[in-house]
Design a protein around this ligand. Structure first.
Ligand SMILES: [Zn+2]
Length: 382
C-alpha cells in the first residue's frame, strides 16, 4: 500500500499546486487539483473519500474523507483555496515552498493549505480499528471568495460530525466567536440637468448625503446598543467603502452609488439588519423623489458563536493552554455550527501573515500542531 509523503513534502506539494480563488474570473484557478492530491493521500491511509462537486464549476469541489463510521466524530477542516497574489511583490516564487530563517514560505502556508498537511501527518498512524467515533478530514473550495464550498455543504444538509477544528491562522489559540459580514451597494437615481437651476434636475448626490447621514446615525445607535468586550473592536462596525456619483461640476448629479460593509456581533441577526438598513435609507431619501436600488454584493456571513462550554471548545482550551477568544475575521465555522457540528477555530499560522506577500508559517509551529491534533483525535474519537 503506498503511503503519503513526509510532512514537508506534503506541504510542498500543496503549496506547489496553485488554487487561487477569486471573484475575478481571470485570476481564479479552481481547487480541484488540490482536492485530487488530498484524495489520493487519504485513500492511501484507508479513508473513504467523497468528492462533492460545487455544481458551479467542474474545477471546484469539496472533499470529505472519513475513517470509521457514524456522524458523531471529529472533523478537521480547512479550505484548499488561497487569495490571489502578486508574485512581483514576493522575494521568491509563492508557489514553491521555501524554507529559510526557521520559516516555511509560500502562498497558503499560514492561510491555510499547510494545516491540511499537518492534519494528515497527525492521523497517518491511526487505523479505523482504533476509532470508536469517526474521524473526518474536510477540505473545502472557495472560502476566500464567497465561502461557496461550506455553503454547498449546508445546502446539502451534509452531516459532518459532532465536533470540528478549523485550522485557520490563529497562532494556535482557540477562537469560538467572530463577527458576521455583509456588503451592500446602494444606488440612487435622480435626474441630471444644468447646475445653474436646481429645478432642472434632482441631485442623487445630495440624496446620498442624506442617506449617509441616516446610516451614520444608525451606526451610532447600533454601537450604543450592542457591545461585546471579547472583541478587540467591541462594537458592530459599518464602513462606507466606496462612493461614485456624477460627472461634472456644472451638472446636477443624476446617479450616485455607495458600497458599505457591515460587521455584526454574535447575537445580531444579519437578515434583520439588512432590512433595517433598507428602511433607514428609504426613509431618508423618500422625500426627494429619487429611485433607490439595493444590491447585496456579498449576501452575508452570519456571526459565529460556539458556546463557551462546548466540548470541543473546552478541549481546545486545555490542549492549547489558552482561553477561547474572538477573531476579527470571518470563517466557515458559522456554517459548520449550523450543521450541528460544534466548531472551534485553531490553526498554526498567524493572521498577520495571511493575504500578504512572503506569507510564511514558522517551523516551530509544526510539531505542536501535530501533537495537539493527535491528542484531540485520541480524546474525541478513540
Ligand atoms: Zn483562511
Amino acid at each position: 500500500m503506498p503511503r503519503p509523503p513526509r510532512l514537508l513534502d506534503l506541504i510542498g506539494a500543496l503549496i506547489g499546486t496553485p488554487s487561487v480563488s477569486s471573484f475575478e474570473r481571470g485570476l481564479d484557478r479552481g481547487n480541484r487539483a488540490v482536492i485530487d492530491r488530498l484524495a489520493t493521500w487519504l485513500e492511501d491511509l484507508g479513508f473513504a473519500v467523497e468528492i462533492q462537486d460545487l455544481g458551479t464549476d467542474p474545477a471546484k469541489a469539496n472533499l470529505i474523507a472519513t475513517l470509521g463510521s457514524g456522524d458523531d466524530g471529529l472533523v478537521l477542516a480547512g479550505h484548499t483555496d488561497t487569495v490571489p497574489c502578486d508574485p512581483a511583490l514576493w522575494r521568491r516564487d509563492p508557489f514553491t515552498l521555501h524554507e529559510a530563517d526557521g520559516r516555511l514560505y509560500g502562498l497558503g502556508t499560514a492561510d491555510m493549505k499547510a494545516f491540511l498537511a499537518l492534519a494528515i501527518e497527525a492521523v497517518r498512524d491511526i487505523r479505523d480499528t482504533d476509532l470508536k467515533r469517526p474521524l473526518v478530514l474536510l477540505a473545502t473550495a472557495d472560502e476566500e471568495s464567497g465561502m461557496l464550498g461550506a455553503r454547498r455543504l449546508v445546502e446539502a444538509g451534509r452531516r459532518l460530525g459532532r465536533h470540528c477544528i478549523v485550522g485557520e491562522p490563529t497562532g494556535l489559540k482557540p477562537i469560538r466567536q467572530h463577527k458576521g459580514i455583509f456588503d451592500e451597494r446602494i444606488r440612487l437615481v435622480g435626474r441630471s440637468g444644468h447646475s445653474s437651476d436646481p429645478a432642472l434636475g434632482n441631485s442623487a448626490l445630495e440624496g446620498m448625503h442624506a442617506a449617509i447621514g441616516a446610516l451614520l446615525a444608525w451606526r451610532d445607535e447600533l454601537q450604543t446598543r450592542y457591545r461585546d468586550p471579547a472583541f478587540a473592536v467591541p462594537v458592530p462596525t459599518l464602513n462606507l467603502g466606496h462612493i461614485h456619483g456624477g460627472d461634472n461640476p456644472n451638472r446636477i448629479c443624476g446617479a450616485c452609488e455607495l458600497t458599505l460593509d457591515l460587521r455584526p456581533l454574535p447575537g445580531m441577526d444579519t437578515a434583520a439588519l439588512r432590512e433595517e438598513l433598507h428602511e433607514r435609507v428609504l426613509k431618508a431619501v423618500a422625500p426627494r423623489g429619487l429611485t433607490v436600488e439595493f444590491e447585496a454584493i456579498f449576501d452575508g456571513l452570519p456571526p459565529m458563536a460556539t458556546p463557551a462550554d462546548a466540548h470541543v471548545v473546552r478541549l481546545a482550551e486545555q490542549l492549547a493552554g489558552h482561553a477561547a477568544g474572538a477573531a476579527a475575521f470571518g470563517t466557515e465555522g458559522t456554517y459548520y455550527n449550523a450543521l450541528g457540528c460544534e466548531t472551534v477555530i485553531l490553526g498554526p499560522g498567524d493572521i498577520a501573515q495571511a493575504h500578504q506577500p512572503d506569507e510564511y508559517l514558522a517551523l516551530d509551529r509544526l510539531a505542536p500542531t501535530v501533537a495537539l491534533l493527535r491528542e484531540a483525535v485520541r480524546r474525541l474519537c478513540c
